[in-house]
Design a binder for this molecule. Structure first.
Ligand code: FE
Ligand code: FE
Ligand code: ZN
Length: 276
């Protein structure tokens, strides 16, 4: 069974997201833990979470992925912004630990001219100050397109972060198809080779989720512009191979394509029809 869903608005709470997911034929979903440009989270509503977990069991929602706000930069030059990133992640994990098997995805950060080595160290420092043995949520490092000074543009950079984290059993990776393609990994012509490289450098057991996006641009352009499925440089044929690949086909896929909810529903239908 294909595990597929899309990014949803969290404004109505968990139960509302669960119902919206089921309505459009999804069995997973992603949402922002708070305004993607930063800001406070809504009060934690345990009643809503209880109702959602019950609905989820009855309706087979397999996976829930929370996305951290974009403003979170663990390797900022500014100590205040690094502190904000740390506190945001702490608060998000505290909330997400109430959701069964929650995954929490974040952009590792931008080193803003300090160099990737400093960036990698600061990101690992933050994770070491945030992660706790009793925490249930799995933290996912997202593979990045390498726009500007983004850290996580190569599998090696992701590996270097993981290597510096003590409680690394709490860490996984979310592979964004648009980002890795923009980062220069040819998932169109050499998917097997890219997955072998991922396995060799990071280890496929770390791969916990896929952001399924087409790219407006071409291989290695470091632009990070998402396209609708089949309307970009990756194309429907390569995306069909990705969702059916024996090493990927059982992972949860999350669409972050430029769509309204009807567009997402159509893409989910399309992808289900491409899944063998
Ligand atoms: Fe992201
Ligand atoms: Fe993504
Ligand atoms: Zn992106």
């Amino acid at each position: 069974m294909l595990i597929i869903g899309c990014h949803l608005s969290s404004s109505g709470g968990y139960l509302a997201m669960g119902k919206e997911a089921v309505r459009i034929g999804a069995n997973d979903f992603q949402f922002f833990t708070r305004n993607p440009r930063g800001g406070a989270a809504k009060p934690l509503d345990l009643e809503d979470i209880r109702a959602f977990e019950e609905y989820r069991k009855e309706n087979g929602i397999v996976s829930v992925l929370a996305h951290a706000p974009y403003t979170m930069n663990a390797c900022s030059k500014d100590a205040g912004l690094r502190e904000f990133a740390k506190n945001t992640m702490l608060d998000d994990i505290f909330r997400l630990d109430n959701i069964e098997g929650a995954l929490y995805n974040f952009h590792p950060g931008s080193h803003v001219g300090q160099g990737e080595d400093v960036g990698i160290q600061l990101i690992a420092d933050m994770l070491n100050s945030v992660l706790k043995p009793e925490q249930k949520t799995t933290i996912l490092l997202e593979t990045m397109a390498g726009k500007g000074s983004e850290v996580g543009r190569s599998f090696e950079e992701i590996r270097a972060i993981i290597d510096k984290v003590e409680l690394d059993e709490k860490l996984g990776v979310c592979l964004d198809t648009c980002h890795v393609f923009d980062g220069g990994y040819d998932i169109v012509n050499n998917l097997d080779g890219v997955l072998d490289e991922f396995d060799r450098v990071i280890g496929l057991e770390r791969l916990k989720a896929i952001h399924l996006n087409d790219s407006l641009n071409f291989l290695g352009c470091h632009k990070d512009r998402h396209a609708k499925i089949g309307e970009g440089g990756i194309g429907l044929q390569a995306i069909t191979k990705i969702i059916n690949h024996p090493k990927l086909r059982n992972l949860p896929f999350f669409l972050e394509t430029p769509n309204d909810i009807d567009g997402y529903q159509r893409e989910i239908e399309l992808l289900k029809s491409c899944y063998k």
